[in-house]
Design a protein around this ligand. Structure first.
Ligand code: FES
Length: 156
């Protein structure tokens, strides 16, 4: 008789995080944020560990990780910039800013560019998060300056 045993070692940061949250499946989002905050990404082994600890399927955990833009399967390639593309920001030029950012920021400033849907800063659009900092009334030059400042503070 053959016994199947899962010999894959658990991901320790993920396991500790699940335990700290009482292995409660309804806290999956919090667990994922904490794991990513600790190690910078959600690895395959972390997904398996979280699924086991929270009594969820791997597909359920992976589905949440891939649904939300803020969760990363790989380490970040650079400064994280999230430009709002909701209606108020679109009305104040967000689409043009996004197009410019795709053409300029990703290469020049090693930016990981993404979108968000409203940052609660609608009256000051176009708005974005640059390295976690909320900025408003953005122009291309203001966004480039903010990225350069953030990059220099990261790299010294
Ligand atoms: S619409 Fe962009 S911050 Fe609300």
């Amino acid at each position: 008789m053959t016994t199947l045993i899962n010999r894959t070692a658990p991901d320790l940061p993920a396991l500790e995080t699940c335990q700290r949250h009482g292995n409660r499946p309804e806290l999956l989002i919090e667990v994922l944020h904490d794991v990513q905050g600790k190690v910078g990404r959600i690895s395959d082994s972390a997904i398996s560990t979280i699924a086991n600890a929270l009594n969820l399927s791997r597909a359920e955990v992976l589905g949440v990780v891939t649904f939300y833009d803020d969760f990363r399967r790989e380490h970040s390639r650079g400064l994280k910039v999230r430009i709002c593309h909701a209606e108020a920001c679109q009305a104040s030029g967000a689409n043009e800013l996004i197009a410019w950012a795709q053409d300029h920021l990703v290469v020049q400033h090693n930016v990981e560019l993404g979108h968000v849907y409203c940052l609660g800063n609608c009256a000051l659009g176009p708005s974005a998060l640059v390295g976690g900092q909320l900025l408003g009334r953005l122009t291309a030059s203001k966004l480039a300056s903010a990225c350069a400042a953030q990059a220099s503070s990261i790299h010294g």
